[in-house]
Every structure is written in C-alpha cells, then in structure tokens.
Design a protein around this ligand. Structure first.
Ligand code: XMP
Length: 181
C-alpha cells in the first residue's frame, strides 16, 4: 500500500489541526440553531466523523449517497441520488459535508435539491477543494484545504474503492492508475 503512494499532499497532523478550526467555526456560526449535518457517502465519512467530534453544539446527523464517479477518475457530470435523507428538514439548518469539491457539479446538485425542500438554510463544508477544476459556480462555506489538480486518495477518498483508510491525503504513483486500465 505504502509503495503505491507518490506523495503525501496533506498530512494527518495538518488535517487534524484544520478540522479542529472548522469545527470551532461551525460551532460558533450555528450556536442556538437546529443543525442537521448531511454527510455525503462514502467519501466524507472519515472527515465527518472527525468534524462532528469538534463541533460543540447539539446536532443531528443524516446521510445521502449520490453517484458521480465510477471506478475511474473522470466524471460524467450526471448526479443521481442513491440514498436519501431519513429525517425531515423543514425546521433545520442543513450543513452538507463533502470530501472534495472538484467540478462542483455534485455540490451544485445537492444545494439545489436540498434548498427545494425548504429547510431554514443550506450551507456546504468540504475538507478539500480543487478550484482549478470548477465547471459551475458554487459557493463553499467551509473549506479545509485548496489543492492543485491532482487526483487524491486517503482520509475517505478512494481510487477504485481502495485507499479510503489512509490517514494522510495522498497522490498515487502513475503506474497504480495504469494498472487499472
Ligand atoms: P464534483 O466534480 O462533482 O466531484 O465536484 C465531487 C466528487 O468527485 C469525487 N472526486 C474525487 N475522488 N479523489 C477522489 O477520490 C479525487 O481527487 C476526486 N476529485 C473528485 C468525489 O467523490 C467527490 O465527492
């Protein structure tokens, strides 16, 4: 596994520090409000687990799963809900928690879809942002790290469903991708 990694882009220690700051900011901004954290499966689970433990105000947790990427590294742009929320949202402030905002297509879809359900508010939080790759204009309220246009794995992010458990955010060696083709 270690042999597959070309570079550590963001270390576990850097992530820990930043997630703590993000949790503090969210706790401040949502104090006294009914917060529903919406985790986007599967990529956001590790970030979400760390983030909610840094949030010091009451919150509820629910999940959505959407399809965007297949086993490869390119997107079709088509977004489909594979799993929807289980709790009602009308009386809640929603915070979408994503692993990465890349083209922005997934987040744009999620924001529009959730706003249409008339919650009190909807905001977005991501651990990673690749602004260079943006295809649509989408506002990210809480962003952990801006990264260059690399395909990354670890801290919840996968390549062909592997590497999600790596504690650092890493770039794989080119031959790893070549092996899958
Ligand atoms: P969009 O393009 O809709 O993409 O903003 C959002 C989803 O695409 C996946 N994605 C990645 N997954 N490494 C990954 O493992 C990456 O570098 C990467 N870039 C995009 C991810 O699932 C994200 O939620």
């Amino acid at each position: 596994m270690q042999d597959d990694i070309a570079e550590v882009l963001v270390s576990a220690a850097e992530i820990k520090k930043r997630v703590k700051e993000m949790g503090a900011a969210i706790s401040r901004d949502y104090a006294g409000k009914d917060l529903l954290v919406v985790g986007i499966l599967k990529g956001a689970i590790i970030f979400l687990a760390d983030l909610v433990r840094e949030i010091t105000i009451p919150l509820q947790l629910d999940f959505m799963a959407v399809s965007s990427y297949g086993a490869g590294t390119t997107t079709s742009g088509a977004v489909r809900i594979l799993k929807d929320l289980e709790v009602p949202v009308e009386d809640k402030h929603l915070l979408i928690v994503e692993d990465i905002v890349d083209t922005g297509l997934t987040l744009k879809y999620l924001l529009e879809n959730l706003k249409a359900r008339k919650p009190l508010s909807v905001r977005a939080c991501t651990i990673l942002d690749k602004p260079e790759r943006r295809l649509v204009d989408v506002h990210v309220d809480y962003s952990g790290f801006s990264i260059p246009d690399y395909f990354v794995v670890g801290y919840g992010l996968d390549y062909a469903q592997k590497y999600r458990h790596l504690p650092d955010i890493c770039v794989l060696k080119p031959e790893v991708y070549a092996r899958q083709k």
